[in-house]
Design a protein around this ligand. Structure first.
Ligand code: ZN
Length: 140
């Protein structure tokens, strides 16, 4: 598997991280899947009913369906989710809770899902991309 970020998308995500300071934030990812190549073309803002905490993010749903429909109309598919680990010295690796949540979602949808995590400093972002399979397998 190869995960590709559209040009400018990492800096867009950094700006979204910066906007929430010490609180985690996140949203949905859309793009294309071509064989083993996952290309991320856009990331949603956090829906306004999301819950932002220093070490947790629960994505809301307000307005998301409309955003996704607008993306599907461009020929993009839902790929998965992104969120931040914005604290000093935090790791961009998924936590056990992150993996539990995403494996459960992959099982529910019966498809592989992408989990992108952005960490540390908005000016020096570190990023991981993990593809979570319905059987709990992880691809990096
Ligand atoms: Zn996390």
């Amino acid at each position: 598997m190869k995960v590709v970020f559209a040009k400018g998308l990492v800096s867009t995500l950094s700006e979204k991280m910066r906007a929430f300071g010490e609180l985690e934030t996140g949203g949905c990812l859309v793009g294309t899947i071509d064989g083993n190549r996952w290309t991320i073309l856009a990331a949603s803002d956090p829906p306004p009913d999301s819950i932002h905490e220093p070490a947790a993010f629960e994505r809301g749903i307000a307005g998301l369906e409309e955003w996704l429909e607008s993306q599907f109309a461009l020929g993009r598919d839902y790929l998965g989710e992104w969120h931040t680990h914005p604290h000093e010295l935090s790791s961009p690796e998924p936590s056990f809770a992150d993996l539990d949540t995403h494996v459960a979602a992959a099982k529910r949808f019966d498809r592989a899902l992408l989990l992108v995590i952005l960490a540390v400093s908005p000016d020096n972002p570190q990023i991981t991309a993990t593809i979570v399979e319905p059987d709990g397998g992880l691809l990096r």
